[in-house]
Design a protein around this ligand. Structure first.
Ligand code: NAP
Ligand code: G4F
Length: 341
């Protein structure tokens, strides 16, 4: 049974990755940070009581800011594949906590790579690189496009990307970087713009919120479905040789278009509910991201299955269903605080 180790298993991608690998027959180990409350909602359905026989899903306390915890986990688990998905992944927040973001995203990757090198494990390594690294370089962006990062998060991702390439070239590590464009799902964090919109649409549709405050509606993103993208991550580690790949849909839409589509799907007119709040503007913006993922299609045979309209519908429907279920269950109303950031 192949064994995988996932950092960031409690996040959106980590949860889809854990599901995907479990279905493929992997023993899945995930690193989670200590939190004062349960933060395992996205993977609870995979959890089997450790006391029952045959469990193949395990969580371990560790932190990308804590080198010794990473080294111990690697030595104990001895994974065949390591997926480094953990990050302070919010671009706007990275302007508020640049030092912490750099520590976890950039130095965290070094800590993990160094632990792999020093333990001498023959494992394969995946680094979650980001289209944010392209920043202000115009689309379409592919593996040869120069980086021009526009946030502390993106700068840290560029470092993590380059150090992964460096460990591959210096030590022959089977280390690959997936340069993934924005990917979303019903499990997307509530403060990223797509989920912030679809969650608000559900609350407005149910009469529990009137107004949604957003920032820059002109920014364009290449939005795909997270469930499709974890398959590309896995495919990279199945290749004989490690390499870097751009993953995206090759189609971009503005935040305005996403907003319009989400409200329309719920039978609402977005102009009646959306207001601009400059607090959501960023010190430096990334205007236009659109992937040229032809290398991934050619080498990995990877193609996205879910398109833009289907993604919008899926996310709105999921938020509406969750809200209705919450009410039918008699629980308190869903937290109506406008999502920050
Ligand atoms: P996410 O939902 O924000 O999940 C991030 C994960 O990292 C969570 O499990 C989080 O744990 C964990 N984490 C945060 N700080 C950590 C630390 N100090 N030590 C260990 N773990 C830590 O992000 P995502 O959307 O799944 O993205 C996965 C990865 O892909 C990230 O590296 C992200 O930067 C990158 N990426 C994402 C996209 C995208 O569009 N989604 C695109 C390109 C690249 P908690 O649950 O405890 O917070
Ligand atoms: O949803 P976002 O916060 O995602 P962003 O900044 O593109 O970053 C995401 O994708 C990256 C891949 O390219 C990942 F690496 C990263 O970890 C993360 O997953 O913002 C998207 C766009 C931005 O241009 C932002 O300015 O939406 C704009 N926006 C407009 N109003 C807003 C809002 N973003 C947020 N979060 N909240 C708003 O109210």
């Amino acid at each position: 049974m192949p064994r995988a180790l996932i950092t960031g298993i409690t996040g959106q991608d980590g949860s889809y990755m854990a599901e995907f690998l479990s279905a493929k027959g992997y023993e899945v180990h995930g690193l989670k940070r200590r939190s004062s409350s349960f933060n395992t909602d996205r993977v609870d359905h995979l959890y089997v009581d450790l006391h029952s026989a045959g469990s193949t899903f395990f969580l371990h306390y560790a932190d990308l800011a804590d080198a010794s915890s990473l080294a111990w986990c690697l030595a104990d688990i001895k994974p065949d594949e390591v997926y480094n998905l953990g990050a302070q992944s919010h671009v706007r927040v990275s302007f508020d906590v640049p030092e912490y973001t750099s520590d976890v995203v950039a130095i965290g990757a070094v800590r993990l790579l160094e632990a792999i090198r020093r333990t001498g494990l023959p494992c394969r390594f995946y680094q979650a690189s980001s289209s944010e690294m392209f920043g202000s370089t115009p689309p379409p962006q592919n593996e040869a496009t120069p980086f021009h990062p526009r946030s502390p998060y993106a700068c840290a991702k560029v470092f993590a990307h380059q150090i992964t390439v460096n460990y591959r070239e210096s030590y022959g590590l089977h280390a690959s970087c997936g340069i993934l464009f924005n990917h979303e799902s019903p499990r997307r964090g509530e403060t990223f713009v797509t989920r912030k919109i679809t969650r608000a649409v559900a609350l407005i549709r149910m009469g529990m919120q009137q107004t949604l405050y957003l920032g820059n509606l002109d920014a364009r993103r290449d939005w795909g479905f997270a469930g499709d993208y974890v398959e590309a991550m896995w495919a990279m580690l199945q290749q004989d040789s490690p390499d870097d790949y751009v993953i995206g849909t090759a189609e971009s839409h503005s935040v305005r278009e996403f907003t319009e589509a989400a409200f329309a799907h719920a039978g609402l007119d977005w102009r009646e509910h959306v207001r601009i709040d400059p607090r959501y503007f960023r010190p430096a913006e990334v205007d236009d991201l659109r992937a040229d993922a032809s290398k991934a299609r050619r080498v990995l045979g990877w193609e996205p299955r879910v398109g833009f309209q289907e993604l919008v519908r899926m996310m709105v429907d999921a938020d509406l269903t969750a809200l209705r279920r919450k009410f039918q269950g008699g629980a308190d109303a869903m937290d109506t605080h406008a999502a920050e950031s």
